[in-house]
Design a protein around this ligand. Structure first.
Ligand code: 5AD
Ligand code: SF4
Length: 522
């Protein structure tokens, strides 16, 4: 495994691979939004190199699997998919297979050992090297594995957002504001594959949103593992810059002199306010992004409950473009389990924060993540999770059976919960969540919602599907096709646990993005 650092940005923009025949690529994404975002960058790099999208593996010259490792079934999915690709490669040995993302970061050389027909393996810290590594493989015929042990220093390499991009949709964009995670939740592999928390410069985030808006994007989702700690490290970076200029502390005069750089790193508003506050807050970023012309919806994921600040809630309430939706991962409702997980809050504290959010933001939709069957979880612990889930009145919950991840603290804990017990608990939890979810949906009947159209409904193509500001799925008939990205007012007429049904009232805004460039996620 190599641990070298590469920082040749120019190498990103290769001339198209020397061939008369257009080469096709396919990026397949596993896992979370962070991976979807990285996949858009992988696609962008390949297109900058002259590749065009393939429709499926059969006509692809390069297949990139962007992997996840958060739960064991993600491993199984990858190796299952690789097994299928091997049979394609047996027929078409020229097809190149690349494995990127969290699982390759975690497994390193193991991917090539388990699947020797894979041509290129890269990790989470060197997305920008994808095309270089592919060329290296094409030039030598050897398979290449490059996993960097840590994130490198240049911003464009730290943040795949700074790389060329092929967005999956023309009207929505993922924007990374922070990479890595400084928490140490006992169950979670993320800190070991994504590294320590690093915030992206304030000015870079806003500039990316401005560029996206100029291209016709109207909805942005700010991404980070723990968005509310955004900015913690930026002030340190600023101080280091100040120290380098022989100033041992930040004072107003120095800030003035270094205004332009400081404003770029930590934001205008924070600099203008002086140095009383310890750092720019996520709330400052929400406000700045929310004001970018052309942006109609700002979403973000995920805040950690222990770091959810009143300022964030105020920004959500004040800024019209920030959607009334909060994804607040609970993980467990038992204080004992929360302590073993190192989550840094009790159930009571969580519910207090949630109540404060609901008090601050009118008509707030709330979703969460919950793990069942964490080691040592007793019936009594689980009963507490059910109680908290009912009290929280979630609009939706992502529920997971605990999956042991080697290398995490929880992997060494005793008292594993039997799989069938965990599965049964999850069914009971789902019943509780579905009840509040249905009630939340039914309460929308008679309301007119602003809906962003996503496209024809998958089940019934005569209907359109879209998302309300609460991120609820809604289907409605339309006698004319509406382009994805259209905003419409839709009257809610029916509701179920999973979605709303409505009637089109009027079109509010039509999309103006120039073209939709598909990234096949098939
Ligand atoms: N087992 C089950 N679920 C997990 N998650 C993270 N790690 C694990 C694990 N080892 C869940 C958490 C997190 C979501 C993204 O995935 O609920 O919030
Ligand atoms: Fe994992 Fe916890 Fe960090 Fe989320 S906050 S990425 S669960 S360690």
């Amino acid at each position: 495994m190599r641990c070298s650092v590469h920082s040749d940005f120019g190498a990103l923009f290769h001339r198209p691979y020397a061939s008369d025949v257009t080469k096709r690529y396919l990026v397949r994404t596993f896992g979370c939004q962070m991976n979807e975002h990285d996949s858009e960058r992988l696609a962008g790099l390949l297109e900058a190199d002259g590749y065009v999208p393939a429709t499926d593996t059969e006509d692809a010259d390069v297949v990139v699997l962007n992997t996840c490792c958060i739960r064991e079934n993600a491993d199984n999915k990858l190796y299952g998919t690789l097994g299928h690709l091997k049979s394609v490669k047996d027929r078409r040995p020229d097809m190149e297979i690349m494995v990127a993302g969290c699982l390759s970061q975690k497994d390193g050389d193991l991917v090539a050992q388990k699947a020797p027909y894979v041509d290129v393996v890269l990790g989470t810290h060197n997305v920008h090297r994808a095309v270089d590594l592919l060329h290296e493989h094409l030039a030598t015929g050897d398979s290449v594995t490059e996993i960097l042990s840590e994130t490198v220093a240049e911003d464009h390499e730290l943040f795949p957002s700074a790389l060329p991009v092929v967005r999956e949709s023309g009207h929505s964009a993922w924007v990374t504001i922070q990479i890595g995670c400084d928490n140490s939740c006992a169950f979670c592999i993320v800190p070991s594959v994504r590294g320590p928390e690093i915030s992206r410069a304030f000015g870079d985030v806003v500039a990316e949103v401005e560029r996206a808006a100029a291209d016709g994007v109207t909805q942005v989702t700010l991404l980070g593992q723990n968005v509310n700690s955004y900015g913690r490290d930026l002030t340190l970076r600023m101080k280091r810059g100040a120290d380098a200029d022989a100033t041992s502390h930040i004072d107003a005069a120095h800030l003035d002199a270094a205004h332009v750089d400081a404003a770029h790193l930590v934001g205008d508003a924070w600099v203008a306010e002086g140095t009383d506050r310890a750092r720019p807050l996520f709330a400052d970023l929400l406000r700045s992004v929310g004001e970018v012309e052309g942006i109609r919806r700002v979403r973000y994921t995920s805040p950690h409950p222990k770091d959810l600040r009143p300022e964030t809630i105020s920004a959500m309430a004040d800024v019209d473009t920030v959607c009334e939706h909060l994804h607040l991962p609970l993980q467990s409702g038992s204080d004992r389990i929360l302590a073993t997980m190192h989550r840094g809050y009790t159930a009571e504290r969580y519910l207090e924060r949630l109540a404060a959010a609901r008090a601050g933001v009118a008509d707030l939709a709330v979703t969460t993540d919950i793990i069942v069957g964490f080691p040592g979880e007793s019936d009594a612990d689980f009963a507490e999770t059910l109680e908290v889930a009912a009290e929280a009145r979630y609009d939706n919950a992502f529920t997971f059976v605990y999956s042991s991840r080697p290398g995490t603290e929880a992997a060494d804990l005793p008292d594993a919960v039997a799989h069938d017990v965990a599965v049964e608990r999850m069914m009971r939890l789902r019943t509780v969540v579905e009840r509040t979810s249905r009630l939340g949906h039914v309460a929308r009947i008679g309301h007119t919602e602003e809906v962003m159209v996503e496209g024809p409904s998958r089940r019934d193509p005569s209907r359109l599907s879209g998302r309300t500001r609460h991120n609820r799925l809604i289907h409605f008939p339309s006698d004319r096709p509406l382009r994805p990205g259209t905003y419409a007012h839709v009257l809610v007429t029916e509701a179920s646990t999973t979605n709303l049904i409505g009637e089109l009232v009027e079109i509010v805004a039509t999309p103006n993005h120039r073209r939709r460039i598909p990234v096949s996620l098939a």
